[in-house]
Write a protein of this length. Structure first.
Length: 264
């Protein structure tokens, strides 16, 4: 006997006429079928079979304060609980070792400027070569302020920012362990107007990242995150990121260009 809605747990209070209609419908219900009614409170569907019934609150032989059993309450609560979805796992990047990407010939090539905020070392050399192989012209600002100044006058197609540069560019008060997410340049990037930001590939590099993990990139308002240990495959990683970017925004940007002219 159903006493309350299994979704919102509110007590069901059908009128005598409504109860009679439900009983009649249940009597005529074919075997194996269910009768659907809506909860007047939450509007969710309630399924009844021939073995179910609704308590008659107008029946003087029953107590108006009748309550569902503990088992019924537990079952109703369990049905109402929504379990938060688990975050997806970082992607499997073992294919990087093959040195080739599926549909590599379709990867985008850029003919615009890229700005790389990295300390001058072997890691920057790997990133620079990957960008230049895709026809990017690369610039190297000497500081965060220099980078922000350049962005006022130039539309960069790609910006690469590493945690090492964030630490090196931090003020004395911030210390050498400055994090990407609280760095002045990263905050500057997250506040850019979307009209220009959507045209820019923003790449973050840190030893803490999971390479090509889109969920992590989204959390940092970036297009791509790369772990430093994977920089030897930066050329392949960049091709994959550009292809994904094109698949996601290509049609949209083409429509904008057709409507407003060349956005580049």
């Amino acid at each position: 006997m159903l006493l309350s809605c299994p979704h919102c747990l509110n007590k069901l209070q059908p009128t005598a006429a409504q109860q009679e209609k439900i009983k009649q419908a249940l009597r005529e219900l074919p075997t194996g079928k269910v009768l659907k009614i809506s909860c007047p409170t939450c509007k969710e569907s309630i399924h009844l079979n021939q073995a179910d019934n609704l308590i008659s609150i107008t029946d003087s032989t029953r107590e108006e304060t009748a309550t569902p059993s503990a088992a019924a309450v537990a079952q109703s609560v369990a049905a109402a609980v929504k379990v938060a979805p688990m975050a997806p796992e970082p992607p499997n990047i073992t294919w990087l070792q093959s040195g080739k990407m599926v549909d590599e010939d379709q990867a985008l090539k850029g003919d615009r400027l890229a700005m790389v905020l990295m300390t001058a070392d072997e890691k920057r050399t790997l990133v620079t070569k990957a960008l230049e192989d895709l026809d990017y012209q690369v610039e190297f600002p000497v500081s965060v302020e220099d980078a922000k100044k350049r962005m006022r006058f130039v539309n960069f197609a790609a910006v690469v920012f590493s945690s090492a540069f964030a630490s090196a560019s931090a003020s004395v008060n911030a210390g050498a362990s400055a994090k990407l997410e609280v760095s002045d340049f990263h905050l500057h990037m997250t506040k850019l107007p979307m009209a220009g930001r959507r045209l820019m590939l923003y790449i973050l590099i840190s030893p803490d990242f999971n390479t090509l993990y889109d969920l992590e990139a989204l959390a940092y308002s970036a297009n791509l995150v790369v772990n430093e240990k994977d920089l030897a495959q930066m050329s392949l990683i960049l091709k994959k990121a550009l292809q994904d970017y094109h698949d996601l925004f290509g049609s949209y940007l083409e429509a904008l260009r057709a409507h407003h002219g060349n956005l580049g």
